[in-house]
Write a protein that binds this ligand. Structure first.
Ligand code: GLU
Length: 450
């Protein structure tokens, strides 16, 4: 790390003790910024780096709710409003038992650069709760969402902060959250949340956008080596919203996704994952991946507790799309993939590769797309949803998907040209970090010390 940046990082460690994922996200960005600070000393003069690491506002609140047995349950709610230099805070809500302040801060920090990279007028924020939706009844999920919004509503608004979904928060939860917001405020303020149902202010393609965008970005990466998805064998970790639509688009682009996973195990399906069956199990029944292999029969194989990346040691894998969660792909996994000839890795999830894994890919000249660029299609389509809400309009699927394609090409282009400008062609990590950072930093410079 640049010696001018090291003391700023040390201070981040001291001020945010124990928040290891946040440290990791900051480190990754800071490692890219040495040359930027050298070229633009004005950023250092007004402490842009120090300011960018300190969220503008952090809200932590109690979420009491009553379970089906009549017992009172308590969860913790978070909204970290990281940076509003480019627009209202924008980012999803994550409901998962592992969530603590450090998770939300890492996600909010990533989000602010991701949103800047899209070129759209959105700041960065993130929220969530340690609530575990797994095994909860629909009534319990609804009561939790209503209680969560009973506090959150006073902090959000279409010009202030616009939450959406993330892990554990999909269309159902956004519906309950929007219903409660509307009831409390007596306002039909469509653009206060994105990821809404298409019948009540949602945008076509928003559901598919993160996964589709991931495949589009990976396709752009492949093109730089005169390759495409045609005939490629692909691993997609996860089996949630991002994974499902990444698989769908890879199949449409001519690739074959031979495996996916959930937190309990891995499904290997040599003839290609059966998307209809996967969607039935995960989206309709909210079931487990183990059921997939049981219903699919002999062509597929389920390994409880298996590691999806190790599949590349046994069969040819060309592309890997980690679409599950943070730090799911470590140095050993990266070595297995690289040693067995993987061509490209594109992160559909937020920070799924550890820093050591990223180093392995870079040393092996594997095309590597970081999450803040690759998965930005989700939030970009949220911004399109806000545009439609503002104009009280709704666009066709094809028109919206075309906008998404152009946005992903734009992000790829921005990363590639910035990496080249800073002397490291093909380094998407550097390109994404610098392009995202400079857009935010320039706006902060313009605003003075606020
Ligand atoms: N949670 C998604 C992300 O990580 C989407 C956020 C949004 O649409 O606001 O980017």
């Amino acid at each position: 790390m640049d010696p001018r940046i090291q003391p700023i990082f040390d201070e981040v460690l001291r001020r945010n003790a124990g928040e290891v994922e946040f440290h990791q996200a900051v480190l990754e960005v800071f490692e890219s910024l040495g040359r930027v600070i050298a070229k633009h000393p004005q950023y250092a003069e007004v402490s842009i780096l120090e300011r960018i690491c300190e969220p503008e506002r952090q809200i932590i609140f109690r979420v009491p709710w009553v379970d089906d047995a009549g017992r009172v349950q308590i969860n913790r709610g978070f909204r970290v409003e990281f940076n509003s230099a480019l627009g209202p805070y924008k980012g999803g809500l994550r409901f998962h038992p592992s969530v603590y302040l450090g998770t939300i801060k890492f996600l909010g920090f990533e989000q602010l650069f991701k949103n800047a990279l899209t070129g759209m007028p959105i700041g960065g924020g993130k929220g969530g709760s340690d609530f575990d939706p797994k095994g909860k009844s629909t009534g319990e999920v609804m009561r939790f969402c209503q209680s969560f919004m009973t506090e959150l509503y006073r902090h959000i608004g279409e010009y202030t902060d616009v939450p959406a979904g993330d892990i554990g928060v999909g269309g159902r939860e956004i519906g309950y959250l929007f219903g409660q917001y509307k009831r409390i405020t007596n306002r039909y303020e469509s653009a206060v949340l994105t990821g809404k149902g298409v019948g009540w202010g949602g945008s076509l393609v928003r559901t598919e956008a993160t996964g589709y965008g991931t495949a589009f970005f990976a396709d752009e990466m492949l093109k730089t080596r005169s390759e495409s998805f045609e005939g490629k064998r692909v691993l997609v970790s996860g089996s949630g919203n991002v994974a499902i639509y990444a698989i769908e688009k890879v199949h449409q682009l001519g690739g074959v996704v031979v495996a996916c996973s959930d937190s309990s195990g891995v499904v290997y399906d040599d003839s290609g994952v059966d998307l209809e069956l996967l969607r039935q199990i995960k989206e309709v029944e909210r079931g487990r991946l183990a059921d997939y292999a049981e219903r699919r029969g002999s062509s597929s194989d389920y390994r409880a507790g298996g590691n999806i990346w190790s599949i590349s040691a046994a069969t040819r894998i060309d592309v890997a799309l980690p679409c599950a969660t943070q730090n799911e792909l470590d140095e050993t996994d990266a070595r297995v993939l690289a040693d067995n000839g993987v061509l490209a890795v594109a992160e559909g999830a937020n920070m799924p590769s550890t820093p050591e894994a990223v180093r392995v890919f870079s040393e092996a000249s594997v095309l590597f797309g970081p999450g803040k660029a690759v998965n930005a299609g989700g939030v970009a389509t949220s911004a399109l949803e806000m545009q439609q809400n503002a104009s009280r309009d709704s666009w066709s699927f094809d028109n919206t998907e075309q906008r998404l394609v152009e946005i992903m090409r734009g992000i790829h282009e921005r990363c590639a040209t910035t990496a080249e400008e800073y002397g490291e062609p093909g380094n998407y990590v550097l390109g994404a970090n610098i392009a995202g950072f400079t857009r935010v930093a320039d706006a902060m410079l313009a605003f003075g010390v606020v």
